[in-house]
Design a protein around this ligand. Sequence first.
Ligand SMILES: Nc1nc2c(ncn2[C@@H]2O[C@H](COP(=O)(O)OP(=O)(O)OP(=O)(O)O)[C@@H](O)[C@H]2O)c(=O)[nH]1
Ligand SMILES: [Mg+2]
Ligand SMILES: [Zn+2]
Length: 290
Amino acid sequence: MSTLEATVTANFGRHFEVETNQGDILVATRRGKKQDITCNDRVLIETTLNNEAVIVDKIPCKNLFYRSDQYRQKTLAANIDQVIAVIANEPTFSDALLARILVAGESNQCDTVIVHNKIDLPLTDRDRQILYYYQTLNYQLIEISAINQDIKPLLAVLDKKTSLLVGQSGMGKSTIINQLLPHQPARTNDISAALDSGKHTTTYTRRYTINSETFIIDSPGVQEFGLNHISNAGLENLFKEFSPLIGQCRFHNCQHLNEPQCAFKEWVANDPMKKRRLELLIELQQTNQR
Ligand SMILES: Nc1nc2c(ncn2[C@@H]2O[C@H](COP(=O)(O)OP(=O)(O)OP(=O)(O)O)[C@@H](O)[C@H]2O)c(=O)[nH]1
Ligand SMILES: [Mg+2]
Ligand SMILES: [Zn+2]
């Protein structure tokens, strides 16, 4: 039996789709009970007679994009160059989730980009302020209307990279994939107006090939995005605007709550967006054990 190198192109839970270096697509399972394989992992497989495959080994990955809470980790994809946080004018996007996705991207030394989709729909003042603030932090912001095939601004950003689309349900991640790759459509669905939320149409993570050097990964909508794997000190570094303030508070163990001479509190004073970002940082630190 021969061992082949392959890439995991879809993760269905206990089953995977893999693509060999020769371009053959196979369904695979993991040998043993290990749960260490995720979308875009490089793996070694053995093929069986009925053209199925067994993943016998995982090649160490350069990075792993995942979220975590107190109890478990949930991986989305491995070996990515770029995280694309997708937000939209409708349904309402969560600023907390956006902040967390950007932190997770930064923690993987990835490029992190914000794609603002559905610009054909009206934008609220809240959303305008949030997006403006992230631009002041030097996050690249790309505005598109995927449904109107207005995705050109995105093409240059994707070129020669492996990008992971992440965001709440209903933001239009799969619609973006469909516009990029009309011949290999991903499933999309309406949003539920009553709930102001998406319908969780995409249920597994899949990598799509744009060309031999450019890949894009679609992922299921996320509602929660825990960062328990990042320490409190790490979080302060990854909330970009706060990193220059580290060590400037009067108390070295300052939690930036009510302590006197807190550099963080002083810096955010009178600016609602900065205050909100500090609130989001503290919220994460308080759920963390470290
Ligand atoms: N008006 C408008 N609607 C859009 C746009 N892009 C996507 N939609 C609609 O938004 C809805 C949700 O799109 P999807 O692509 O399924 O969203 P998703 O982010 O993949 O959602 P999940 O798979 O549940 O995570 C669909 O009804 C799309 O037609 C856009 O640019 N403008
Ligand atoms: Mg989808
Ligand atoms: Zn402080």
